[in-house]
Design a protein around this ligand. Structure first.
Ligand code: ATP
Length: 109
């Protein structure tokens, strides 16, 4: 199927370990064998794109949401939703404008 005909895209964002997790000595078991792949031990999961813990809000917005904003402004419908277990970073990813460069990016679409 041609890429433009694929109407649903799934991206995965892996958040960094938080302070509490680091303080308890937790270690990440997630590996990134390719830009679209997450590995948990022997299990591999493939997505349209994978954002590693170092990814920024700007990177996530630019890759995932910005094209849809353009489509919506052209009169098309689009939906973005976040799915994941509690504290996995859904709110952070959807709502946190942590730096001013993102705001500029949003404003300039
Ligand atoms: N990419 C990230 N970089 C830094 N901190 C993050 C990131 N993603 C999430 N966090 C932090 O992890 C914590 C949990 O994130 P968040 O509240 O977004 O999770 P959630 O999936 O919305 O949780 P819930 O389902 O319980 O509402 C927050 O303190 C948030 O600031």
């Amino acid at each position: 199927m041609a890429d433009e005909a694929i109407r649903v895209k799934v991206v995965c964002r892996v958040r960094p370990l938080n302070e509490k997790e680091r303080a308890s000595g937790d270690a990440s078991i997630v590996n990134f064998p390719s830009p679209s792949c997450v590995a948990l031990g022997q299990r591999m999961y493939t997505y349209d794109h994978v954002f590693q813990p170092v990814s920024t809000q700007v990177e996530v917005y630019t890759t995932s949401a910005r094209p849809l904003v353009k489509d919506v402004l052209s009169g098309y419908n689009a939906t973005i939703f976040a799915y994941g277990q509690t504290a996995s970073g859904k709110t952070h990813t959807m709502e946190v404008y942590a730096d001013h460069s993102l705001y500029r990016t949003v404003c300039s679409v």
